[in-house]
Unconditional design. Sequence first.
Length: 320
Amino acid sequence: MDLITKGETQLLKGIAIIMVIIEHIGQAFHIGIINPLGPLGVFLFLFLSGYGLSCSYKKNGVKNYLSNKIIKVYLPYAFTVVLFLIWSLIINTTFSVTTIARYFVLLSLPQGSYWYLVLMFYWYIVFYLCSPIYKKIGILIAFMVVASLLITWLEGFSRGYVWQFISFPLGVVVGKYPDKTFKSCTLLKNNLGSWILLIVAVVLVVFKKTPYVELHELGIVDTALQIGITLILGVWLILNRSLFEKIRLLKVSIMFVGAYSYELYLSHVVMLDWLKNSATIIHLLIYIVIMIASAVLIYLFSKGIKYTWKKRLIADGGRI
């Protein structure tokens, strides 16, 4: 039995993208209290990606692995870059050919929030490279820890990468042993265990808000507290995901959003800097409308690419 079903994955992705979008809009309006939602949403995305790849590998190995990532992840991003460039022309912003080329190969980013996509591509490559040692759990974990250290070093120990140091590897390990993980987390799933997790998270938040920690923002203590808060609350959400299923309308709404979480992630960033530079209610409404329209366009593009690729696979007998 899998610890997390496909439906539950969709539900958690819906929660994650809602958190990320709310946090980014909060940044535009300088609402600092909701800043922790972003790292928590990213944790869920990375954990679920690692979990999903792990479960998929056990069933299918790495057949069509790289091509699937290009089609499902990279090409929609490339299409989003085109939308971003069109939007930039509308607001009279231009870029050099070199800059545009760097956007397409992720050497530069149209907007900083796409850093998550860079991290995901790092992990896609790492997972592919460590697939031959997947069955050797000790070596696998060591490989991923070294890879995570290397990734954070390559990205200049940027706080987003540091905060998510363990997220993807944890998902891979849980995906490898879902039954054992489920059994070992039984105590944390009951009422007492859930309350203990929440209390510990609150205590860490209180410590994080102390004058010493706030004066040393992004220092060792602050970073350790942020990782702890994100990890504990992320685990709490994963273990208590059934709470969102009790209210049917809430569940259906979140799952609908989760079904298009990647498209929403890509589209919500296109106009984010514009919103941050001029955060008004009118601009927020314009932002939401264009974000949804962009998500629809990205979805249609992705659907067309996947359909074309599937036809090609069938025609080639699944060999490509």
